[in-house]
Design a protein. Structure first.
Lengths: 404, 173
């Protein structure tokens, strides 16, 4: 039997049973963050906060939402929006957060790419981050089904049809995923389950992995500088905080982190109260109708770039290109053949590769929103080829890169 | 001795877990299958006696839209053999009967009476009045569902003689 002494305080009582002091030391007071970072390093906390906002607003929506094809639309658009006090707030917060979370994810990803934070021991951070991106995409898609409006229904139809894998005609698989020949009650119920239970569980697990993967290689810094964290931490602990290159996670770094979070929250609630419209597609305010396709079906803005890689090609090549776009970012740490983990600005051709990729993603996003006709189709087609070409070129240009 | 006992127990657990995993996965797979009630609601009878030429009517079968288009004599006269092969003939009149879903990603194309063709709004695909794809991305014609002609009616979901002939000729999709 372990030995316990009479507690001298509540804190001591807890510490004997849960080792709260050790936990606090390991998780925050002696978790070291480099000093030479900028506000982009706060995006992780911004994302964690946004996930919390989604969870809380989701819990309140869950109490009035009805996962039934006859009731779902009214439970959202009448019960929650008109009857429940502040129901509109939870819905608008949830919708805006679901959209903005992708903006932050993209900033977070591009920051990682720019500063080379996916290599030299940070591969698992990148891969777990990409798994989070996939999980968030599935979460966004399943949530989009729930109001059971026209866009819910038709997005559900189009996306589940992708699983027939083109000419392979896996219609049985599509019907199995739907539980019906077309999206119906079984479909709505299972996507409801995925949205409120299974995918959030997966996200929580992946967040744990993502944070855990960060412990050993530590956070990257904006100069790509490699230093001995233990040595720098020893300096800090000895009181030489000035010459130490690291600070403690709490409260040193956390203070700045939360300051950025405050700025973000002001922007976020500005959107929630005055500009929530961008997150609420007008077509989804028509109830689902399986016999009437809306004139233009397009996904939310954050899926447009990959949708545009699917769209300009014939069916099978389009699916292959789409599959390529979905998985290729996972391989970034292995396709980048350069040993340099420094900012893109010091990496020669890679700097141009990075900005070409950013511009191409923006072009794909813009074209994905426009109707698939004439010049837009052509630009979309070229942009899709540029996307593929950039990834094919990556191993070569990074191989040629000079060691810095 | 001790080790071999542990090894044996480990193998027993492995076997039990293996059988359990296979059974569980099978049950999970079957639980997601379409329900019997969904599968049973699979027959729709369409009366085409009141159909007007060049006016598209949408029926519903297994939750999917079914296009029923009576062709005018003019349309029948000028169409190709491939197109005629897909016509459903009821009392001497030619009909297009097909699942009204674009074979690209399942949107519902709209019928344009003036042009006598179908245009899909999602990705711009086009089909002629026999449901044959004329402009990509759709890779194949719209699918003809199982049908059986009975007098003035067509029963969808039942494989009649005319349907089997089309199937043998390979013109269903």
């Amino acid at each position: 039997m372990a030995h316990f002494t009479k507690a001298t305080s509540v804190h001591d009582w807890l510490d004997q049973r849960l080792a709260v002091d050790t936990l606090q030391r390991v998780l925050s007071k002696e978790y070291w963050i480099p000093k030479n970072i900028n506000f982009l390093w706060a995006m992780g906390m911004v994302l964690a906060f946004t996930f919390g906002i989604l969870l809380v607003s989701g819990i309140f929506l869950l109490m009035y939402y009805q996962p039934n094809v006859d009731l779902a639309f009214d439970s959202v658009n009448y019960t929650i929006m008109r009857e429940v006090d502040f129901g509109w707030l939870w819905r608008h917060v949830h919708a805006v957060a679901a959209s903005v979370v992708f903006l932050i994810i993209y900033i977070h990803m591009l920051t990682g790419i720019y500063y080379g934070s996916y290599k030299k021991g940070r591969e698992i951070i990148w891969i777990s981050g990409m798994l989070l991106f996939v999980a968030f995409s599935a979460e966004a898609f399943s949530g989009y089904m729930l109001p059971w409006g026209q866009m819910s229904y038709w997005a559900g139809m189009v996306i589940t049809n992708l699983f027939s894998l083109g000419s392979l005609e896996f219609n049985g698989l599509v019907e199995w995923i739907r539980g019906d020949y077309v999206p119906g009650q079984a479909f709505l119920d299972r996507f409801f389950m995925l949205h409120v239970l299974l995918i959030p569980l997966a996200i929580l697990g992946l967040i744990g992995l993502h944070f855990g993967a960060l412990r050993i290689p530590h956070v990257n810094n904006q100069d790509g500088e490699e230093f001995d964290f233990e040595e720098e931490a020893a300096k800090y602990k000895a009181g030489d905080k000035k010459s130490s290159k690291v600070i403690a996670f709490a409260n040193d770094f956390l203070a700045k982190d939360m300051f950025v979070v405050s700025i973000y929250l002001i922007f976020f609630f500005y959107l929630v109260f005055w500009h929530f419209g961008f997150a609420m597609d007008p077509i989804n305010f028509d109830p689902a109708d399986g016999l009437k396709t809306p004139p233009h079906i397009y996904p939310e803005w954050y899926f447009l770039w990959s949708y545009e890689i699917l769209r300009p090609f014939p069916k099978d090549p389009g699916l292959i290109a789409f599959g390529f776009a979905q998985v290729i970012f996972f391989l970034l740490p292995f396709l980048d053949r350069s040993p340099n983990a420094v900012p893109a600005s010091r990496r020669g051709l890679f700097f141009f590769w990075f900005w070409a990729m950013v511009i191409d993603l923006i072009v794909l996003t813009a074209m994905g929103k426009l109707p698939p006709q004439g010049i837009y189709s052509t630009i979309g087609l070229y942009a899709a080829w540029v996307f593929i070409g950039l990834w094919v070129a990556l191993p070569f240009i990074t191989k040629m890169e000079k060691r810095v | 001795m001790e080790q071999s006992r542990r090894g044996f127990m480990g193998k027993v657990f492995g076997a039990v877990a293996g059988v359990g995993a296979v059974g569980t996965l099978y049950a999970m797979k079957k639980s997601w299958d379409p329900l019997p009630s969904v599968k049973a609601a699979g027959f729709t009878t369409v009366d085409v006696s009141a159909a007007e030429p060049n006016k598209m009517v949408i029926e519903k079968w297994r939750g999917k839209p079914i296009f029923v288009l009576k062709k005018t004599a003019e349309m029948v006269a000028k169409q190709s053999a491939d197109e005629t092969a897909r016509d459903v003939i009821v009392n001497g009149e030619h009909f297009l009967i097909c699942i009204g879903l674009c074979t690209h990603l399942g949107c519902i194309p709209a019928y344009r009476e003036a042009k006598q063709d179908f245009k899909c709004a999602c990705h711009g695909g086009e089909f002629d009045a026999s449901g044959i794809n004329t402009l990509p991305p759709p890779p194949s014609p719209m699918v003809i569902p199982p049908f059986n002609v009975k007098g003035n009616t067509v029963v969808l979901g039942e494989e009649g003689e005319a349907y089997r002939k089309m199937k043998d000729a390979g013109v269903l999709a």
